[in-house]
Design a protein around this ligand. Structure first.
Ligand code: ZN
Length: 507
């Protein structure tokens, strides 16, 4: 009897122990599960802000990202084949402008209705490193023969494809992209665009949020359950519940998707609008870089020089005062927190020193007190345009006056850089200017925005003439108003060099 009771008690203890063990293990697993997913969420949200916190509840399969096959940049020419709608279509021109600005080679073709395409290979080598369709419907609507030819070329030569969908008033509200597991919702108004931080193609673009409504109400958003699609840009739908088409397009929607090539072996990037939105332009640059294995990409390094012309020049009442000079230095210090050693480059015309009101003359004095804080370059003694001087000796005279002024006020004279007022005499070349610059100042570098033409800006180039390097620049008039009472129009021009283009030599 005793034995039976003991046995029953032990059995009860064993059951309680087992139950407790089960409970503990459930709690422990739940804890680890929870913390694990929380960490994952943190990673997703990092740097993206609360607006992109819904990345995990996308209209996409929330699976872990499968890495696409790296693009192989070999066996083809670094040329982009662009299919435009017409010679004058806006988006086609925007795409070409981006290719030209980056100095990428391209061949533009009018996208034919049926889909005839130019020869893609020559002697076993690919002619194109990337294909861009202004209109994705032209691509999916090609006849089977040409489509097969193009897709096979893309797979065999590791060539990617970029295409755009632009909705019109006549677009169906919901449509399936022919031949792909992808649904398009058209004419969706959007706001608060965020960049998917885990998108493999990010290069120039940072994973941040651009708050506010996106331009236009004609956005196309992409939806899919296939793991080949990874959103690149996402924005919140502004479609109200009483949408005329009765659609439920809520939450974050993808306006740009990357096809990782898991569906048919071709890697693509699809845009749900044109290039009117600035982030689409950045993403296009990144997509080109990514899909060509960086063959068509530019270095991330940028050199920026900000010239401020016409120091001391200006009518009374429009010149820099003490507060303006202080603001200039403060701005430089602020920029230095972002760009190491950033220094404004001041172009001076000595003749006009102390020709303002008392307050403005005090500004001149303070500027010279800070002389070592800035860089300086000569901008002609009396702001005369050099091409008006026909003989070199009178040009020299003007330059020497400015140089004497510089020496007298401790302004450095050995920077080797000068800018002519209005870039006069730089191009078309005024030979006397180049000679006088070298003799008076030892100038080695100048700038212009005129070579070979002022417009379009993306065609501007630099060149070397008579051993002086002429770099291309962009002039922006700036109204400078740090304090309400301060002078405006003092910073007549701000110039930046983002890139020294191909240099050419005049003989
Ligand atoms: Zn000037």
């Amino acid at each position: 009897m005793n034995l039976a009771v003991k046995l029953r008690r032990n059995l009860r203890r064993l059951v309680i122990l087992l139950a407790t063990f089960c409970m503990v293990s459930v709690i422990v697993s739940a804890y680890y599960l929870y913390t694990g997913s929380a960490q994952e969420l943190d990673l997703t949200d990092h740097g993206v802000g609360p607006d992109c916190a819904e990345l995990r509840v996308l209209p996409f399969r929330p699976a872990e990202l499968k890495m696409p096959k790296p693009m192989d940049p070999s066996r083809k020419d670094p040329v982009v084949l662009v299919f435009v709608e017409s010679q004058y279509s806006q988006l086609g021109q925007d795409i070409i402008a981006i290719l030209e600005s980056n100095q990428f080679r391209y061949q533009a073709e009018i996208a034919p209705g049926k889909g005839d395409i130019p020869p893609l290979t020559h002697k076993g080598r690919g002619r194109y490193a990337l294909v861009i369709y202004e209109n994705v419907l032209k691509y999916v609507g090609m006849d089977a023969w040409n489509r097969d030819l193009l897709d096979k070329y893309c797979v065999e030569y590791s060539v990617g494809l970029i295409a755009f969908h632009r909705a019109s008033e006549n677009s169906q509200p919901t449509m399936h992209l022919k031949g792909f597991p992808l649904t398009l919702q058209t004419n969706v108004p959007l706001c608060d665009c965020c960049v998917n931080p885990r998108s493999p193609l990010l290069y120039v673009t940072r994973a941040e949020v651009d708050r506010g409504p996106l331009p236009g109400d004609d956005w196309t958003v992409f939806q899919s359950n296939h793991s080949t699609y990874e959103p690149v840009l996402l924005a919140r739908s502004r479609l109200s519940a009483d949408d005329a088409n009765g659609r439920m397009v809520t939450g974050l929607q993808a306006t740009v998707v990357q096809d990782l090539g898991l569906y048919d072996g071709v890697q693509r990037v699809l845009f749900g609008q044109g290039l009117g939105y600035w982030l689409h332009r950045l993403i296009l640059v990144d997509a080109i870089a990514y899909l060509t294995g960086k063959k068509l990409s530019r270095s991330l390094e940028r050199y920026i020089l900000v010239d401020i012309d016409d120091i001391f020049v200006g009518k009374k009442g429009t010149r820099m005062k003490v507060d303006d000079v202080k603001a200039l230095l403060e701005t430089q210090n602020m920029l230095r927190t972002q760009i190491s050693n950033f220094t404004f480059n001041l172009g001076f015309s000595g003749k006009f020193f102390h020709t303002g009101t008392q307050e403005e003359n005090d500004g001149d004095d303070l500027l010279l007190k800070y002389v070592n804080e800035f860089w300086w370059f000569p901008h002609m003694w009396s702001h005369m345009q050099p091409h008006l001087f026909h003989n070199e000796s009178s040009l020299m005279e003007q330059m020497i006056l400015n140089k004497d002024f510089a020496l007298e006020h401790g302004i450095p004279v050995d920077m080797g850089y000068a800018v002519a007022p209005h870039h006069s005499g730089v191009y078309p070349v005024h030979m006397q200017l180049y000679e006088a610059w070298k003799r008076a100042w030892g100038i080695r570098v100048t700038s212009t925005e005129e070579y070979p033409h002022l417009k379009p800006a993306r065609y501007r180039k630099g060149f070397i003439h008579n051993h002086i390097m002429v770099r291309c620049c962009h002039v922006r008039p700036v109204a400078y108003s740090h304090t309400p009472s301060s002078t405006r129009n003092i910073l007549e021009a701000q110039k930046s060099w983002t890139r020294a283009s191909k240099e050419e030599s005049f003989s």
